[in-house]
Design a protein around this ligand. Structure first.
Ligand code: NAD
Length: 256
């Protein structure tokens, strides 16, 4: 039995947005291993993900009708909803001069408003759950002043604030809301960035060397934190975040 095979999510239903890749895919596997039925809401869902306890729905978190239809499909299939992991997100590079208004609206619409849309559609069902939890994927970017990431960091700062506001609004309804702040994680997203470099292997080595613990964060490590925040083990924890970043946020360490 692995550490994840606890059965603590037996009978519960989770939605993971952006669950077809990277961090989201690791969260899907982690929650499923602990007994949850899991629905993946993703722009590019895997076609072979349907089983008695797994559903993959094509959905765009930037489109309200698409989100509502997806939530309806999940509840129609599984009959309940207990855990929402708002994880879908996209990157944006550059300073405030590099991104025009349309780009600001597009990225905010996915990274921030997308969380509001999914949560809004899910809340009536979460209110029926005895163990409702929402976990949002923010980023180390929420608190760090990363260069060349103005728009992206603004969206993740907003996720951090939104998490606190949602936690306050729904506390007395028994719905906990927290977020995870991953550091640079080894996902297809980061792989694509590395592949676009002249020397991907050298770029990866340099990126690893910039992490306080000398390596990229594993998506499974983020998934472990999400599973904790989604479970009754964190029943007195709401409105806060867990950094999964090798110490970047709290220790402010940099390699010598
Ligand atoms: P990824 O690109 O590997 O996966 C993202 C998934 O989200 C994809 O399956 C994609 O299809 C889906 N998606 C994108 N836009 C969508 C939309 N409009 N509607 C529905 N699905 C959509 O990325 P990842 O690295 O796993 O990142 C996942 C989350 O983690 C993001 O919110 C990202 O900001 C955050 N994050 C990533 C890192 C990192 O270093 N990888 C670090 C901190 C935070």
């Amino acid at each position: 039995m692995s550490a994840a095979d606890t059965g603590e999510f037996d009978g519960l239903v989770a939605i993971v947005t952006g669950g077809a890749s990277g961090i989201g895919a690791a969260i899907v596997e982690r929650l499923a291993a602990a007994g949850a039925s899991v629905a993946i809401l993703d722009l590019n869902p895997s076609p072979d993900e349907d089983s008695a306890t797994r559903l993959s729905v094509r959905a765009n978190v930037a489109d309200d009708a698409s989100v509502r239809a997806a939530i309806d499909a999940v509840v129609a299939r599984f009959g309940r909803l207990d855990i929402i992991v708002n994880n879908a997100g996209i990157g944006a590079q550059g300073t405030i001069e590099s991104n025009d208004d349309d780009e600001w609206h597009r990225v905010f619409d996915i990274n921030v408003v997308g969380m509001a849309r999914v949560t809004r559609a899910a809340l009536p069902h979460l209110r029926e759950s005895p163990s409702a939890a929402i976990v949002n994927t923010a980023s180390i970017a929420a608190t760090a002043g990363l260069p060349q990431r103005a728009l992206y960091t603004a969206t993740k700062g907003a996720v951090l604030s939104l998490t606190r506001a949602m936690a306050a609004d729904h506390l007395r309804e028994g719905i906990r809301v927290n977020c995870v702040n991953p550091g640079t994680a080894d996902t297809p997203w980061v792989g694509r960035l590395l592949d676009s470099a002249a020397d991907p292997a050298a770029e990866r080595a340099a990126l690893e060397a910039r992490q306080p613990h000398g390596r990229l964060v594993a998506a499974t490590e983020v998934a472990g934190a999400v599973a904790y925040l989604a479970s009754p083990r964190s029943g007195s924890t709401t409105g806060t975040s867990i950094a999964v970043d090798g110490g970047m946020q709290e220790l402010r360490l940099r390699p010598e």
